[in-house]
Every structure is written in structure tokens, then in C-alpha cells.
Design a protein around this ligand. Structure first.
Ligand SMILES: Cc1cc2nc3c(=O)[nH]c(=O)nc-3n(C[C@H](O)[C@H](O)[C@H](O)COP(=O)(O)O)c2cc1C
Length: 188
């Protein structure tokens, strides 16, 4: 497999995650050669070490952004990481070619079930309205956008219900397996 960097954007993975924690534990167990970047562990104070983060990105062939959707976007910590690290002259602009040709895969979860993310549904808009920004970021930075793996319905509200927890657990394991399958395809 090519060099894979998996960036976790959850703001409290150990203390307040169900889905991303399971997905990332599976990925760690099954992808021993991948590099994992747990932003909440590295930067609990949101002070991003840009030099370190750029080295990790430069070494990668495939970049996976793993995160929960918070307010229809990525969590604040991941946004701060991107704002600080992806800067004109490094990631984009006439001299910014550091990310050119690398592949970008999104892997994310939502509390609302996937069938609510349809035109006119309870969430009003399709899930792609939350991925377009990443697609355009990829275009601007010369990254090859490879789409997304998505699991909905991993909600706080279901955590007290043992039956729902089982269903969510299975969905998260399946999600991780889909990421691994995709990474194998992207490594060919
Ligand atoms: C601050 C915050 C904002 C959220 N915003 C959304 C949202 O916009 N849409 C949605 O479907 N779920 C939303 N959720 C639910 C999370 O997406 C869900 O809890 C998460 O994907 C589950 O992953 P985790 O168990 O790893 O935290 C939000 C949760 C929090 C804490």
C-alpha cells in the first residue's frame, strides 16, 4: 500500500466519541503501516505545529480526513489545522505545489441518518453539500479528490439504547472496512 496519512479531526476522541473511535481503532489495527495524526492529542490547545504537519502531509501519497460532521462542516480543530497548514505558497498559488498529485479521501460520520440528507428531507440538502468545499479545496491545491466514505445515524441520542448501540457498532466496523477497501484500490 502507498504511504497513507489518516488525520483525525475529532475534538475529543477518547472522551466523547463513539463512532470515530471505533473506526480509527479498526484502521489502526488493520493498517499498521499507515501514519495516524490525532489532532486532539497533538493540539489540545489548538496551537498547530505547521512544520510538523507539513512534513506528515509531504510524506503521504494518500491523505484521509477522518471526522464527525459538526454543524454541517468539519470540527473546529480540523478547520484550524487546515487554515494554519494549507497556506498560499505551500499548498496553493503559483509556487505552492506541496500537495500536488496526492490523493484525498474523506471519511466522516453524522448524527442524523443518511436518509435525512436528501433534497427536501429533514436535513434539506444532500450530503454532498458538505463535501463540495473539500472537493474545491482539493482542486485548488492540486489534490486528486477521491470522494468519501460516509456513515449516518451515529447519534448521541442512541447511545443509551443497547440495541441501537449494536447497530451503530456494526456500521462503524463496516465503515472502517470500506475505507480499507478504498485505500487498497487507491494504492494500485
Ligand atoms: C457540536 C456538534 C455539532 C453537530 N452537528 C451535526 C450536524 O450538523 N449534522 C449531523 O448530522 N450531526 C451533527 N452532530 C452529530 C455528530 O455528527 C455525531 O455525533 C458524530 O458524527 C458521531 O461521531 P462520534 O461518535 O465519533 O462523535 C453534531 C454533534 C456535535 C457535538
Amino acid at each position: 500500500m502507498k504511504n497513507v496519512l489518516i488525520v483525525s479531526g475529532h475534538t475529543n476522541l477518547q472522551g466523547d466519541s463513539f463512532a470515530n473511535k471505533i473506526i480509527l481503532e479498526d484502521l489502526q489495527a488493520k493498517l499498521p503501516n499507515a501514519t495516524f495524526d490525532f489532532l486532539d492529542q497533538e493540539y489540545p490547545n489548538f496551537k498547530i505545529d505547521v512544520t510538523v504537519e507539513r512534513k506528515k502531509l509531504e510524506a503521504a501519497d494518500i491523505i484521509v480526513l477522518q471526522f464527525p460532521i459538526f454543524w454541517y462542516s468539519m470540527p473546529s480543530l480540523m478547520a484550524k489545522w487546515m487554515e494554519d497548514t494549507f497556506v498560499h505558497g505551500w499548498s496553493h498559488g503559483s509556487t505552492g505545489k506541496a500537495l500536488h498529485g496526492k490523493k484525498l479521501l474523506l471519511s466522516f460520520t453524522t448524527g442524523a441518518p443518511a436518509d435525512m440528507y436528501v433534497e427536501g428531507g429533514i436535513q434539506m440538502y444532500p450530503v454532498e453539500t458538505m463535501t463540495t468545499r473539500f472537493q474545491q479545496m482539493a482542486n485548488l491545491c492540486g489534490l486528486v479528490y477521491e470522494g468519501y466514505i460516509y456513515t449516518g445515524g451515529v447519534s448521541y441520542a442512541s447511545r443509551p439504547d443497547a440495541e441501537k448501540v449494536k447497530i451503530m457498532e456494526a456500521a462503524c466496523h463496516e465503515h472502517a472496512d470500506c475505507v480499507i477497501t478504498r485505500l487498497k484500490e487507491l494504492s494500485k
